[in-house]
Design a protein around this ligand. Sequence first.
Ligand code: FES
Length: 444
Amino acid sequence: MAIGGFHTLRVAAIDRLCADAVAVTFAVRPELAERFTFRPGQSLTVRRPLAGRGASAPAPDGPGGPVAAPEGPGGFVAASDGPGGLVAVSDGPGGSVAVSDGPGGSVAVSEEPGGLVAASDGSGGSVAVSDGRADPDVAGRAAVADERRSYSICAPEGSAPRIGVREVPGGAVSTWIVRDLRPGDEVEVAPPSGTFTPDLAAGGRHVLIAAGSGITPVLSIAASLLRQSTAEVTIFYGNRRTDTVMFAEELADLKDRYPARLDLVHVLSREPREADLFSGRLDAARLRTLLPLLVDVPAVDHWWLCGPFGMVTDATGVLGEAGVAPERVHRELFWVDEAPPEPVRSESELRGPSSEVTVHLDGRATTVTVEDGVTVLDGAQRSRPDLPFACKGGVCGTCRARVVEGEVTMRRNFALEEAELAAGFVLTCQSTAASPKVVVDFDQ
Ligand code: FES
């Protein structure tokens, strides 16, 4: 579902997960209940208006949540991991245990490329946004500079929306949420989005592989599957140390509630475990060893990967080697460490300085002239500031739309699956027009 505008929600609760991470629960007014009904694995985009800040000011940020995106070539931002106390540990094949606690220490770190870690968020940069929709509830009507971040929902389907946020040092949104937000405060939030979500009615066998704050949507997916179906679930969860494990208590509770249908395997990269198998990073070599030992790989119906680029890429490769069909592998990135490729310019693009781009959103069509090399999202936002986006880095998928006429060239894509690409969906923040006329539909 395309995201239309933002709505003001009240913070119902803030739970400290660790020293640098919190879970924020929102209260949804009855008239917004339908719009904020979410599927497990989806995200919420949070908007922080920045009074007096220029629209071009970049946003240093990152954190906690799911997505993140960077801006510009550089890649993404950062992340961290960590929090407080909590521990968790696993255990042998199959089983698992989680333990924990302690006050903890905390951590916050970002990590080497490809490493385990976490978190994300990115900086989508700041943008001037106004909203011209008729819905009086929609926030942000005036042109106001803002910062947006997309954070995964950690709650099971049917619960109040709750997001996990980890602070990234210097992060404009995560720092505000983790340090300053209080119950009763009001926050601008866009309705749930994202396709990293299972078919709960199908049940089956699911393996979820997460690192750092990649556990956030995984917790929602696992809890929903266990609660609403007869599914069997295995979670592999990589962290640096026991005191950086997010949602350790929630995971332990889930294991206690569904001991026969949930296996929980913690892997720690910087803390020795009793078994070497569970010490180290969740990289290709470890997954190549762990998966066949603990999982009947051919019998798994769906694989859910969420974490930094390196982990997701490694896991994808290992599953490919094992013969797992790509359509059974679902991925969500929290962190990307590579620069986006330069835009590819085809002959058809060398036709002139601009294209006519029409966007459909909330049943309304708007046509704009977009200069060569400017993305569909950036170009169309000048006339339609209500177009949905968060990371502008090709990661969160918030700007997804379907091309219904013409052609575009997409620079990079870390959010859409093959089936979506085949159906004509693109990330408009990464797409430039490759034909004189382009029509994209955000409502499909
Ligand atoms: S805004 Fe995040 S992928 Fe486009």
